[in-house]
Write a protein that binds this ligand. Structure first.
Ligand code: HAM
Length: 419
């Protein structure tokens, strides 16, 4: 039987890779311009990093983690997200001892056992940026400004920035209790999972997509009405800084995000072009995460962009594929040898040159050049070669001219449009 990839795990093929490289390069450029440095963290961590960091009573930890026992009996998990790992690395390597403020980003695959559908996969890529060590709301706005700048830079439009505040350790318990009381009166409307969540984690009910649960939460109390003065002040400042930067946003009092570590600012960027999985980015502040994973009291804020979703939104008209610049068509054995010599020389100069590896007719070589969408074809005939010449054909306007083989490199450099 033919072996296929696992459901929810995708190959990213050569004809798509240009978009991925473009997005990654743009992220590196924009983020580093904002003072962020790249960090690479392992794909596998101890399970408790995620169960404590993300929260035991979240969908991710309850039912979506790829967890297994290794040969030494350790419980390990394929990372479902990067924030907890980045926080662990910051603590483990005492990055704070150099400067308590760390601005870090990472790019890579995450794993969640979710039901695959368009825009939702079991292996998916995130671009994740985090700032550790700053409590000031200036930073909340700064990461959002960077995010929006990046999304615009790669060509995304018609996006909506939604923000909310989730309060803190001091004020949220009161909200949770009010919400629980309210939802208890509607428990008959709640799905089986939410009946359970009512006891374990009522906030998660606000995320439930089941219609009857959505109806049950329609008039539920809102976090914003329960936050304390400090959280309110923080939120007001975030909004003011966003306005100062000219960014518009929508207040979404129902957004609670799917991970338990959030405190205060939470945000998402959604695109109405995406259908049901419409969040391109999710993020927020998490001032207790470091303590949850056994570390110091360090505040943090950041976001993660879903790369598959982002890439599906890139402008269609932009060209991302890197076609060869030149095809060398050779006629006769000697010309074929010369073509091979030239191709190797041109590669060293950064010119993408191709030839046929089997001697074929001129017609067949031209057909292949056409298929490869090259800019130019160099036709090497034995007679012309004896005079040190060859024909260079522009594949766009079909104009053909004779050139000196000795001048090939300079001629090509003056004609090729480099991407
Ligand atoms: P998240 O909302 O779980 O947050 O994921 C962030 C983004 O990853 C989503 O908005 C979505 O674009 C993408 N994503 C999530 N799950 C899938 C999936 N199964 N298939 C495809 N794309 C997916 C986090 O992961 C937090 N760590 C974000 C964060 C960073 N908060 C603070 N810092």
């Amino acid at each position: 039987m033919e072996i296929k990839a696992i459901r929810g795990f995708n190959d990213i093929l050569p004809n798509e890779i240009g978009k991925w490289q473009f997005v990654e390069e743009s992220a590196r450029e924009v983020f580093e311009g904002f003072g962020f440095s790249e960090i690479r963290i392992p794909i596998i961590e101890r399970t408790e990093l995620f169960s404590r960091g993300i929260g035991e009573a979240t969908d991710i930890v309850e039912k979506e983690m790829y967890t297994f026992t290794d040969r030494s009996g350790n419980s390990l998990t394929l990372r479902p997200e990067a924030t907890a790992s980045m926080a662990r690395a910051y603590l483990e390597h005492q990055i704070y001892s150099f400067d308590p403020v760390a601005k870090l980003y990472c790019i890579g695959p995450m794993f969640r056992y979710e039901r695959p559908q368009k825009g939702r996969y079991r292996q998916f890529y995130q671009i994740d940026a985090e700032v550790f060590g700053v409590e000031n709301p200036m930073v909340d706005a700064e990461v959002i400004i960077m995010l929006i700048h990046f999304l615009k830079r790669v060509g995304l439009e018609k996006l909506e920035l939604q923000i909310n505040t989730l309060g803190c350790r001091d004020c949220r318990p009161r909200y949770r209790e009010e919400l629980r009381k309210f939802l208890a009166t509607k428990s008959f409307q709640l799905c089986e999972d939410c009946q359970r969540r009512l006891q374990t984690n009522p906030l998660r009910i606000l995320d439930c997509k089941v219609e009857s649960c959505q109806e049950a939460i329609a008039d539920a109390p809102k976090v914003i009405d329960f936050i304390d003065g400090e959280c309110q002040k923080h939120f007001d400042k975030v909004k003011a800084y966003l306005e100062m930067a000219g960014l518009s946003y929508i207040l979404n009092p129902r957004m609670v995000r799917g991970l338990d570590y959030y405190t205060r600012t939470a945000f998402e960027v959604v695109s109405y072009q995406l259908g049901s999985q419409n969040a391109v980015t999710g993020g927020g502040r998490y001032d207790n995460l470091f303590q949850e994973i056994g570390g110091l009291d360090v505040p943090g804020i950041g976001f993660a962009i879903g790369m598959e979703r982002l890439i599906s939104l890139l402008p269609k008209e932009k060209e991302f594929i890197r076609y060869p610049h030149l095809f060398i068509a050779a006629l006769g054995e000697e010309a074929y040898r010369e073509a091979y010599r030239l191709v190797n020389q041109l590669h060293l100069e950064g010119i993408r040159a191709e030839l046929d590896y089997e001697a074929k007719s001129l017609k067949s070589q031209m057909r292949r050049a056409d298929k490869l969408k090259v800019q130019y074809v160099l036709i090497l005939g034995e007679e012309e070669m004896k005079r040190g010449k060859a024909a260079l054909r522009n594949m766009t306007d079909k104009f053909q001219e004779e050139i000196l083989i000795n001048n090939l490199l300079e001629t090509l450099k003056s004609k090729i449009v480099f991407d």
